[in-house]
Design a protein around this ligand. Structure first.
Ligand SMILES: [Zn+2]
Length: 236
């Protein structure tokens, strides 16, 4: 139970940090697998992402059905539930309507790794893209999103946003920050001319320096401090 309490707290913290970073507004959500079960914890549908509390979290199964909680699950819970069902290695999932990734998703042009710090949480190769622009409101759509994700760490959702997966809430949070900044840089660079995208060897080498617990913890700690400074961690 202590573990569950800690996971709920981290979900609430990460939601407020994503809000404070401009990565979620009134929608978007982050979830975590409940270890050793076929259940997940996720942000509730109606509560502000800026003020959500640990006890507001909802438990659902991998069919998206609410098992426990005083609120409804988000309408796009299927994106999370089916990713956990499809991949045992995923412990946490975020879905963002993030501005820069959504913008790049609207163009018929691949989004490649081309930025090291931030930006090295993804690759090698272009970020996969899920082409159906409809919101994810069914198990079948959730399965189609999981299929488009494949073994990748993130997925662009055409005209919609992104989905990010990783081995913990902290890793997903850091990857969300990295992805949006990488997209912002890629967009600006593309305005100036052809982007010097990283080849596989370059991507692997920059990932090695960036994708580690110490970097993830640094991103997390900085954002905890930044979010406390503006008073958005009150009540946690
Ligand atoms: Zn969405």
């Amino acid at each position: 139970m202590a573990e569950l309490t800690e996971l709920k707290k981290k979900l609430a913290m990460s939601s407020r940090m994503l809000f404070n970073s401009g990565l979620v507004d009134y929608s978007g959500h982050i979830s975590v697998r409940i270890p050793g079960s076929d259940h997940l914890l996720i942000l509730p549908h109606p509560v502000s992402r800026a003020t959500v509390k640990p006890d507001d979290m909802v438990v659902t199964d991998f069919e998206g059905k609410v098992i426990e909680g005083k609120y409804k699950a988000p309408s796009e819970v299927y994106m999370h539930a089916r990713a956990y069902k499809a991949r045992n290695d995923i412990q946490s999932v975020a879905h963002l309507h993030n501005h820069m990734v959504a913008t790049l998703s609207m163009v018929d042009k691949p989004f490649y790794p081309a930025s090291s710090n931030p930006g090295a949480f993804f690759g090698p190769g272009a970020l996969p893209k899920y082409m159906d622009p409809a919101l994810i409101h069914t198990i079948e759509q959730g399965d189609a999103v999981a299929k488009a994700l494949g073994k990748a760490d993130a997925l662009m959702l055409r005209g919609h946003g992104s989905m990010v997966v990783a081995q913990s809430i902290e890793w997903v949070f850091a990857a969300c920050v990295d992805l949006e900044e990488a997209a912002s840089r890629f967009y600006k660079a593309a305005l100036l001319g052809p982007v010097l995208v990283y080849n596989e060897d370059e991507t692997q080498r920059v990932m090695k320096g960036r994708r580690k617990d110490s970097v993830v913890q640094k991103v997390w700690d900085h954002n905890v401090a930044k979010t406390k400074l503006v008073g958005l961690m009150d009540g946690i």
